[in-house]
Ligand binder design. Structure first.
Ligand SMILES: Nc1ncnc2c1ncn2[C@@H]1O[C@H](COP(=O)(O)OP(=O)(O)OP(=O)(O)O)[C@@H](O)[C@H]1O
Length: 270
């Protein structure tokens, strides 16, 4: 279980004085083990900053993050076990892979670092992970630059899964891909989540994607969590006007009073 208590994050406003810019206003919420969540909102609303605080990469300015009851940020930075438990795949997965390290070695690194696995076992586990992530065995010795964007993404996923995470955060990770590839990678992630049971936190601008991927949707706007809704096909669970605007913008709802063809239902959204 991941719990956030009054977590916030501010940055210097960049003008050299003491002014602060709030990226995430204080918020409290939680993510249950094995759940599928989406954090959705416009660019700059604070989604990535929130994700980075959960992942142990950004110390909150206020409040606390707990994983299984233990605080992530003590006096020091987040510990190694936290970095194993919570894996994040950031927007530019290519830059997360060392250009000089071949794919196989890159996937094996967490096996060595977190589990001290021996070479032969590492190699075998790496092959399993590559298979799980639809990567050909032949790629074992390839450099990231010798792979397509989609393949690099799959390497980043395999590498994250090597840590046997309790939670995987997927940050706009399919941006810039054509639609069929985007869909394929998202289907693969959902499959993997169902097989392996990790908590999935999916970060996106796209409400249409959020409702497909997640059972619970967090809507962020201007650094605030404006709504958290459990979604199972009924859009009326969204009450906040901004959430409804995102639904309309995605074509999930045509007008303020009518659903589109996908549902053929009518509901008063005023
Ligand atoms: N390290 C930083 N220093 C200063 N400002 C930052 C820093 N990181 C993020 N910000 C600012 O905080 C705000 C929220 O950024 P964040 O990346 O969390 O938004 P986002 O919702 O993920 O946006 P996008 O969808 O475009 O990635 C932005 O205005 C951004 O410029």
């Amino acid at each position: 279980m991941i719990e956030l208590k009054e977590v916030s994050c501010s940055f210097s406003d960049g003008f050299g004085g003491k002014g602060l810019f709030t990226a995430v206003s204080p918020l409290s919420t939680n993510f249950s083990d094995g759940g599928r969540y989406a954090i959705v909102g416009e660019s700059g609303s604070g989604k990535t900053t929130l994700a980075r605080m959960i992942a142990g990469l950004q110390r909150p300015s206020g409040g606390s993050v707990f994983v299984d009851g233990a605080p992530v940020y003590g006096r020091k930075r987040a510990g190694k076990e936290h970095f194993r438990k919570v894996q994040i795949i950031q927007q530019n997965s290519a830059s997360a892979l060392d250009p000089k390290i071949p794919v196989g070695k890159s996937i094996e690194e967490p096996l060595h670092c977190f589990f001290h696995m021996e070479k032969e076992k590492r190699r075998e586990r790496c092959r399993n992970l590559m298979e799980l992530c639809n990567l050909s065995r032949d790629y074992y010795t390839r450099l990231p630059s010798e792979l397509s964007g989609g393949e690099q993404k799959r390497v980043a996923i395999a590498r994250a899964l090597a840590a046997e995470p309790q939670c995987l955060i997927f940050d706009e990770a399919t941006n810039g891909f054509d639609l069929p590839l985007r869909k394929k990678i998202i289907d693969e992630i959902i499959d993997l989540q169902q097989q392996l049971g990790f908590t999935l936190i999916f970060i996106t601008h796209d409400m249409e994607l959020a409702v497909v991927v997640a059972d619970e949707i967090f809507v962020m706007r201007n650094s605030n969590l404006v709504e958290r809704a459990a979604f199972s096909g009924d859009y009326s669970v969204f009450h906040d006007p901004y959430s409804r605007m995102l639904l309309e913008a995605s074509g999930l709802v045509n007008t303020s009073t009518e659903w589109n063809d996908k549902t053929k239902e009518r509901i008063d959204l005023k």
